[in-house]
Design a protein around this ligand. Structure first.
Ligand code: FE2
Length: 411
């Protein structure tokens, strides 16, 4: 199969991309627009990119909002209460059905790589076992990374350390954490040392829910970054949320950034979730409750956007469309300057792939997997301005999804 009349990010002109089974065989410049032969795909002067990536979602909780009760205040704390009610109804099949429905929504929006956090603070590890099956059963749609996520803590939950070890033995790909939620600062620090030891020993990646609070005293990011630096593991480590950084003063942040850069760790921000859940203890002025996305990016560090929730007790909206998150994030993070806009797709493609440590399994280059998207606009700026879509998603050299854009008639 060939894709013709394609625009590529950062390159002038039109290109033809030849797919040879499950690999990209060639990328060649076209001297002029051509008509597509039968069996080929016509990008029609629009962008072709590597698939979108969802670097942070909780597939074990999605599609549960309102069951049995809605979160009326919209706060994190009422979300925890509502989830406790829903958790009592969770079954193996229920978890799998909801996760697969959500994966279909992600696929419909051009996502082919997903990292999901799965709550392992459960003596039966029920959600993890369900998600390990989902990982196998959806391989034709997505590559799924599973994070062993200790929602109720590693040190402050009975048997928390053993459950994390068991989750990795069962097949979790990534070790998680939640140091700011542990009962004490000391427990937060020891939880990070424990989870970094576990990852180092087993070869797992690391993705920690880190400082997801407006409390400027929540400073576990420095602990995670230093552990990553000393162990030389930065490229394999991700700090998710880090929203307390939005409340740190600049003097502390300037010292912190030096360490963050030396550590080489990755960052995930979930802008729609954070703008909704944070700032809840403020009157006015209200903080945005996000990490310093623009500053991290402009300092040359790796940062990307994720959805976090889709229709769960913490966040009632979402439809799988990561471009919606990108548009919101660019607004919230003061990133509508043209320099930011013209490379904005980095935040849901290349940066996210680097966070997931995909290496040569990702990217529009000869010899890499024949996974790609045809988008509805010719460049990053027009994709954001027109609220564009992924029109075609190709995986393993086959069309996985086609979207017909809405048409408008006048008169
Ligand atoms: Fe999360």
């Amino acid at each position: 199969m060939n894709i013709v009349n394609a625009r590529l990010r950062g390159r002038e002109g039109l290109f033809q991309i030849a797919l040879d089974g499950s690999q990209i065989a060639a990328i060649t410049a076209q001297s002029a627009e051509v008509s597509a032969s039968e069996g080929d795909l016509d990008a029609a002067n629009n962008l072709v990119v590597a698939p979108f990536v969802e670097p942070h979602i909780h597939l074990d909780a999605t599609l549960t909002a309102g069951e049995p009760n809605w979160n009326m205040s919209g706060t994190l704390f009422e979300g925890i209460e509502r989830w406790a009610e829903r958790k009592a109804l969770v079954t193996h099949e229920d978890t799998k059905t909801r996760a697969k429905k959500t994966i279909d929504m992600l696929v419909d929006h051009g996502i082919q790589h997903v990292r999901t956090h799965v709550d392992v603070t459960d003596p039966t590890l029920a959600a993890l076992k369900a998600m390990l099956e989902v990982r196998e059963e959806t391989r034709h749609l997505i590559d799924l990374q599973i994070v062993a996520f200790p929602q109720e803590g590693i040190e402050s939950y009975a048997g928390g350390r053993a459950l994390m070890e068991q989750a990795v033995e069962l097949g979790a790909d990534v070790v998680g954490g939640i140091p700011h939620f542990e009962n004490t600062r000391d427990q937060g620090v020891s939880s990070i040392k424990f989870l970094m030891d576990l990852a180092e020993r087993t070869g797992c990646l690391v993705d920690v829910h880190c400082d997801e609070t407006d409390d400027p005293q929540s400073r576990f990011l420095e602990v995670l970054a230093e552990e990553a630096r000393v162990r030389g593991m930065g490229a394999r480590v991700t700090a998710s949320h880090t929203v307390a950084m939005g409340s740190y003063d600049n003097a502390y942040c300037s010292k912190l950034f030096r360490l963050l850069k030396m550590s080489g760790i990755n960052f995930v921000s979930c802008p729609t979730e954070s703008i909704h859940l944070q700032g809840r203890f403020d009157s006015y002025p209200k903080r945005r409750g996000l990490t310093r996305v623009a500053e991290i990016d402009h300092a040359g560090m790796n940062v990307c956007f994720g959805q976090d929730s889709i229709v769960d007790p913490w966040y009632p909206l979402g439809n799988g469309n990561i471009l919606r998150i990108l548009e919101a994030g660019l607004h919230i993070c003061h990133m509508l300057g043209y320099e930011d806009l013209k490379r904005s797709l980095d935040l849901i493609t290349d940066n996210s792939a680097r966070t997931l440590h995909l290496g040569e399994r990702y990217g529009l280059e000869v010899g890499r997997p024949a996974n790609l998207l045809i988008l509805s606009a010719p460049d990053d700026y027009e994709m954001i301005r027109t609220q564009g879509h992924a029109l075609v998603s190709v995986r393993h050299g086959e069309v996985l999804m086609r979207r017909t854009p809405a048409s408008v008639q006048r008169g």
